[in-house]
Write a protein of this length. Structure first.
Length: 705
């Protein structure tokens, strides 16, 4: 078996630890309390370790970066010492998950990661810090071989560099925690330090902690760095997306150091060549770092969803893991390793690079960067001795076709979004299909009947064919109130996998009737970010629309007929419980059942304003699966005319039921922006429950223990 740039087996006597240790040590840092106000003399003792993943960027554990108080009261600065500095320099915690310690202290939950940005650039060149090589692979357990960890430890009152070897025994949970063996001890100071795969010469994890009362320790997979928050709005520059910014700096640095023939400094690529890292028929370490540098010069993928589709086509199967999905070009490349043996894997890599060079962009890229990458594809294809001529011909034909297609797209000017004072029918609202299940994120909430104030939740991604991919679930959460950290992370991952530019994936919230009044659309994924309802369509469906009884065949047929009619484009809003500003009783059930099939029931009143407590339930039980209603409002205007007119305009302008979720999203977005035209929509909710989908709550994933 041949490996590496020069070929041949790994030389006898080469110890990966000895090869990699100087590179890792050069990138490892000690993290101290903020340097402001230090007296002369030694700095305060370090909290833990960290390591450079890019110039100015240090990765560590959240519990190390935020300290014992969790960085409360705005204390987000830390001090850092590393190669090339005599005194701690200031850094700021730009991201941490979780953002505060668990109640009562103790073990910080996964991922327990933080990203620190230096406030002043580190010293350049050989005298400054190094930068580790982060794995681009997506895996649960990366290797069965020996791994190494680095950091510092306190010995006899002083702090010294510390390293050791151990193995990965498995994983713990679904949040990227790696369970380490007991071959070595893990002193407190190494928390936040790098975990290195000695076989492949790359950093795969962040050392988290010793296991309380047990042998061994825990590390967090660096794949969890993909949890960095997405851009709040459209991505118009690299700086808009924190994850893309960091990995761009990482890959650019390593590519530049590999190209620099004037420096005698050993690079990570040199070490990987010495270790004979490579995959037969695919890329050598030199080719890989060159490709990743070229990919870093491009704008990032348009979306995680689009990247996933591209990789799935080349792999022959979609990514369905519970770990964060690939977000950048380097992540997609990592999924192509070990795909197949031999030339077919090289073909996949070449096609991937070609598509990256010719793909759509979230913002304009450099034509020169694209041409350099296409030239790299042509050169590698021509130099590969076992690559069939038909593959080279196919690559050229695919390149020509993709460039023609992209040019045609650029000629189509995007339709400008109209201001809110224009008519509803001018709005370009996406429509859900009546003949299939549209892709969406699904949140299921089940309160405990036997334990007040506790609930179970699950987050899934639902594809267009109706297949569910579970992202995460938890039991016995407190609330529901503000979403706990794991739920926010699961929702962010589900949205990331489905969002497209200017087309966010809808969120369907499945709850029992008792929670239909709970405003999930007002949740926030970040403390200062927009609400879910301002960012995307949010609708609810009821998991117990008729407790204790199933629909008759006639009622089920009525639901299906209404659903089809409403999605064919005819809708008539019908305000059932309010007339001329006064509350009125609901029609009898026989009257509700006999209403025209194009009827969209609207409930204006709440129990506090004269509405019937069970009004929504009565309407659902009468065969309606698309219903608009107002939630309880603390300060409600007694006049309803604006609401009645607004609902009529929104329903009529949407035109069909499949556009109602997007219409509500646009209304919430506009209302949050201060639009007077959308102010009437405050607390408006939409029940949107496809009757063709089997009832939820019948599986046993949330059974009580």
């Amino acid at each position: 078996m041949t490996w590496g740039d020069a070929g041949g087996a790994r030389p006898a006597g080469v110890d990966p630890f000895e090869t990699l240790a100087p590179l890792v040590a050069a990138a490892t840092v000690r993290i101290h309390p903020p340097p402001t106000g230090y007296a002369e003399g030694e700095p305060p003792p370090p909290r833990g370790s960290g390591f450079f993943v890019a110039p100015e960027w240090v990765l560590t554990c959240a519990h190390v970066a935020l300290g014992g108080d969790g960085g409360r009261e705005g204390r987000r600065e830390v001090g850092l010492t590393f190669r090339g500095v005599d005194r701690p320099v200031a850094g700021r915690v730009e991201w941490a998950e979780p953002e505060e310690p668990p109640p009562g202290g103790g073990f910080w939950p996964a991922p327990d990661l933080a990203l620190v940005r230096l406030l002043d650039p580190p010293p350049p060149g050989p005298e400054g810090p190094g930068c580790v090589w982060l794995t681009e692979r997506t895996a649960r357990v990366f290797t069965r071989e020996e791994v190494a960890f680095f950091g510092f430890a306190e010995v006899a009152g002083s702090f010294v560099d510390m390293s050791g070897r151990c193995t990965i025994k498995g994983q713990m949970g679904a949040d990227g925690l790696l369970r380490l063996g007991n071959e070595d001890e893990f002193p407190a100071g190494v928390s936040g330090g790098p975990l290195v795969d000695l076989e492949r010469g790359e950093v795969i994890g962040v050392l988290k902690a010793r296991r309380d009362g047990r042998d061994g320790g825990l590390a967090t997979s660096v794949v969890q760095l993909r949890r960095l928050p997405d851009a709040v709005g459209p991505v118009g520059a690299l700086a808009d997306d924190g994850y893309q910014r960091v990995v761009h700096a990482h890959d650019t640095l390593h590519a530049e150091r590999h190209r620099d023939v004037d420096s005698g400094e050993t690079t990570w690529t040199d070490a990987q060549i010495e270790l004979s890292v490579g995959v037969p028929g695919a890329l050598s370490p030199g080719q890989r770092v060159e490709l990743l540098g070229l990919l870093a010069d491009l704008p990032p993928p348009v979306s995680t969803k689009r990247l996933g589709e591209l990789v799935a086509e080349l792999r022959g199967r979609p990514y369905e893991g519970t770990l964060p999905a690939p977000r950048g070009w380097r992540d997609g490349l990592g999924l192509l390793y070990d795909l197949r043996r031999g030339v077919t894997e090289l073909e996949a890599v070449l096609h991937y690079a070609l598509r990256a060079a010719t793909d759509e962009r979230p913002f304009p890229g450099s034509a020169r960067a694209e041409e350099r990458l296409l030239d790299w594809v042509r050169r590698l294809a021509a130099q590969a001795p076992g690559l069939p001529r038909r593959v080279r011909i196919g690559l050229r034909e695919e390149q020509d076709e993709r460039l023609r297609h992209r040019a045609a797209l650029l000629r189509r000017r995007p339709r400008p979004e109209p201001p809110w004072d224009m008519e509803w029918e001018l709005l370009d609202l996406p429509a859900e299909r009546a003949d299939g299940v549209d892709a969406h994120a699904l949140l299921e909430i089940t309160p405990h009947g036997w334990e007040r104030g506790r609930y179970d939740w699950r987050v899934c991604v639902v594809r267009g064919d109706g297949q569910l991919t579970a992202i995460a679930e938890d039991s016995r959460a407190v609330g529901p109130g503000d979403p706990p950290g794991p739920l926010r992370a699961a929702l962010a991952e589900a949205f990331r996998r489905g969002d497209e530019p200017r087309s966010p994936v809808p969120l369907h919230v499945a709850v029992p009737y008792s929670l239909l009044g709970f405003p999930v659309e007002r949740w926030r994924l970040t403390h200062d970010g927009p609400t879910l309802g301002e960012r995307r369509p949010v609708v609810v469906r009821c998991t117990d629309p008729a407790p204790g009884a199933e629909d008759s065949e006639e009622m089920r047929a009525l639901r299906l007929d209404r659903w089809t009619e409403l999605h064919m484009g005819r809708m008539t809003p019908d305000i059932l419980d309010c007339h001329a500003g006064c509350a009125r009783s609901l029609p009898k059930q026989t009257e509700l059942i006999g209403r025209d099939q194009a009827t969209v029931p609207v409930l204006c009143r709440t129990p506090a304003s004269g509405g019937e407590p069970a009004a929504l339930h009565r309407v659902m039980a009468s065969g309606y699966n698309v219903i608009l209603w107002r939630r309880e409002i603390a300060e409600r205007d007694p006049e309803c005319e604006d609401f009645h007119q607004g609902v009529a305009g929104a329903v009529g302008g949407a035109g069909q039921a499949g556009r109602l979720p997007a219409a509500l999203w646009r209304l919430r977005e506009a209302a949050a922006g201060g639009s007077d035209e959308a102010g009437w929509s405050a607390q408006l909710a939409l029940l949107y429950a496809d009757p063709r989908v089997p009832p939820l709550g019948e599986d046993d994933f949330l059974e009580a223990p």
